[in-house]
Write a protein that binds this ligand. Structure first.
Ligand SMILES: Cc1ncc(COP(=O)(O)O)c(C=O)c1O
Length: 383
């Protein structure tokens, strides 16, 4: 949605947007600085920019992170990696790691685009060896170890065998070993268990091979709660975007939201007591009321689960959202007196309204999902 239709110049399409996600690159770099201060130079930082940088726009986020000194980027898969690599935002030959175990047909593209590939199983490793050898090229891989997340990764008990095989493969180069935590914000001992298993494996590998390798494990929760897990590199995602991974973490950083989701007031009406609003008539006016219609709905990423539960901020004042959230619009109760006019901005979440975490709480989810849900129909504006 970023560009006008081919054949139409920007001047031939409306300049004013109905919905916008303001992206504060200043808040982003401030958050990156706070993370850097927290780890006090003890480890490299990999900027996690998967899922279009948690909905913020991967190119602009990666560009700003690179300018702030970050050289490593983590994405979900080869498609996102190619998008980042070829998008032109990165000035330097950054290291890009794709976290997903690849499909066999993807392997040649890691070679073609110089992306680091995650390896978690023998079949994929064998295919990678054959493809790299057939092209006479070296493929850089990182071995992902499942120490307890239960999603992707080779088990610690068989990882040594795979690491030996990689070291014996002339066309495969090991550039890292990593694991992922299942509940890193918690202090119940599970993260320590995962970390102990990971450290034992990597120590055995480094001892036996006589070489050192980049070892990494810490996501945002572990950056805050488990300093012993920082190792050679940390992998913050949600903290970069201005939110904490959990309500309670032993350490809090003064991070600021990077996204503000806004939509315009497009209609205002006056209704009498008993008038119902929206699908299934879940709200009726308790008395005469002014009602505003705002140009964002669940197709923009404003969850239907928020119906009758959330508030928005208009001109610095909170107004209750009323009636069922529809695909393209929501309604809010302006009360009996107001100074709202058509074209005013409603903040659905962000630094001048409810936070993405508050919205997530109401909808029964987490800030990660609330940020990622903001759809491509919403124009990103970089401020
Ligand atoms: C492998 C990996 N590392 C790091 C992260 C970043 O996590 P967070 O956003 O909690 O910092 C993620 C995100 O889920 C991930 O999948």
């Amino acid at each position: 949605m970023d560009n006008p239709k081919p054949g139409l110049s920007a001047r031939e399409t409306p300049a004013e947007n109905m919905t916008e996600a303001l992206i504060s690159l200043e808040n982003l770099t401030g958050n990156a600085r706070l993370i850097r201060e927290r780890i006090a130079g003890k480890a490299r930082i990999m900027g996690i920019v998967k899922a279009n940088a948690y909905g913020h726009n991967v190119h602009r986020i990666a560009e700003a992170l690179e300018a702030s000194g970050i050289e490593d980027f983590g994405v979900a898969n080869i498609h996102e990696a190619i998008e980042l690599k070829t998008g032109g935002a990165l000035k330097n030959p950054a290291r890009i790691l794709a976290f997903a175990s690849p499909l066999p047909s993807h392997i040649e593209f890691f070679l073609k685009f110089g992306i680091e590939m995650t390896v978690c199983d023998a079949v994929t490793l064998q295919a990678a060896k054959e493809i790299a050898a057939s092209q006479n090229k070296t493929l850089r891989v990182q071995v992902k170890v499942d120490t307890g997340m239960g999603r992707l990764g080779i088990s610690p008990s068989t990882a040594m065998e795979m690491l030996r095989e990689i070291d014996q493969s002339p066309y495969i180069e090991l550039s890292g070993i990593y694991t992922h935590f299942a509940e890193s914000s918690s202090e119940n001992g599970f993260t320590e268990k995962q970390l102990t298993a990971f450290k034992a494996l990597t120590a055995e590998y480094e001892h036996e091979s006589g070489r050192t390798v980049c070892k990494h494990a810490a996501n945002s929760g572990a950056i805050l709660s488990h300093p012993d897990s920082w190792l050679d590199m940390v992998r913050p995602g949600i903290l970069l975007y201005g939110y904490h991974p959990a309500k309670k973490t032993p350490c809090r950083l003064d991070v600021k939201p990077v996204m503000q989701f806004e939509a315009k007031v497009i209609f205002i009406k006056t209704v009498s007591a008993g008038t119902t609003v929206s699908y299934n008539r879940t709200w009726s006016a308790p008395g005469p009321r002014h009602i505003a219609t705002i140009a964002a709905g669940y197709a923009d990423g404003y969850y239907r689960a928020l119906s009758n539960k959330a508030s928005v901020s208009i001109n610095g004042k909170a107004y209750q959202q009323i009636g069922t959230v529809t695909m393209d619009q929501i309604m809010v109760d302006l009360g009996t007196q107001h100074n709202v006019t058509i074209g005013d901005k409603a903040v659905l979440f962000g630094w001048n309204g409810p936070s993405a975490e508050e919205i997530a709480d109401i909808a029964g989810t987490i800030s990660y999902e609330t940020l990622c849900a903001v759809s491509s129909r919403v124009k990103r504006i970089f401020v």
